[in-house]
Design a protein. Structure first.
Length: 162
């Protein structure tokens, strides 16, 4: 069954309603418009109108995304930045949005997550447990140097070679 093509005006109205419910990036909206069968010119026009009317603002979206992924999903800076870049958010906007993360809160978050994970892996041989914690931190998108120092604090060790 073929879908009916949507007009640019209907697409604009749908996008306005969508953006009123939740933050959307310009990249996400552009993909939706293309999927709905709009031409490149129509996509550009609709997207520009959404930006002009402040329905879409990549900087606002990036700040909200950073806060949500850090606080609720427990993601680190590396993973958050990577996913924002996948959404075609400009690097300067990504860098500015990362300022939403408080450095002390960031360190507390990684240590909290590692303590929870350590409960699952502490019965293993110590080097295996440390390796599991470091893999976990990397998978969550935390920086390697911060992860090593947090693992040291959580496991009570002071040297990675022991």
């Amino acid at each position: 069954m073929q879908r009916k093509e949507i007009t640019a005006d209907k697409a604009l109205a749908r996008c306005e309603a969508l953006c009123a419910r939740s933050e959307q990036s310009s990249g996400d909206i552009e993909l939706k418009l293309v999927k709905w069968g709009l031409t490149r010119e129509q996509v550009g026009n609709v997207l520009q109108r959404l930006i002009d009317c402040k329905y879409v603002d990549d900087a606002r979206y990036a700040r909200a995304y950073v806060r949500e992924k850090f606080r609720f999903s427990g993601w680190g800076r590396v993973k958050i930045a990577y996913n924002l870049r996948l959404k075609h958010i400009d690097n300067s906007i990504v860098a500015e949005a990362m300022d939403e993360i408080d450095a002390d809160e960031y360190r507390e978050k990684i240590e909290h997550l590692l303590r929870l994970k350590f409960r699952e892996v502490k019965s293993r041989e110590p080097l295996q447990a440390r390796a599991a914690l470091l893999r976990f931190a990397a998978g969550r998108g935390f920086e390697a140097d911060l992860s090593v120092s947090a693992v040291n604090r959580v496991t009570g060790e002071h040297c990675i070679d022991e």
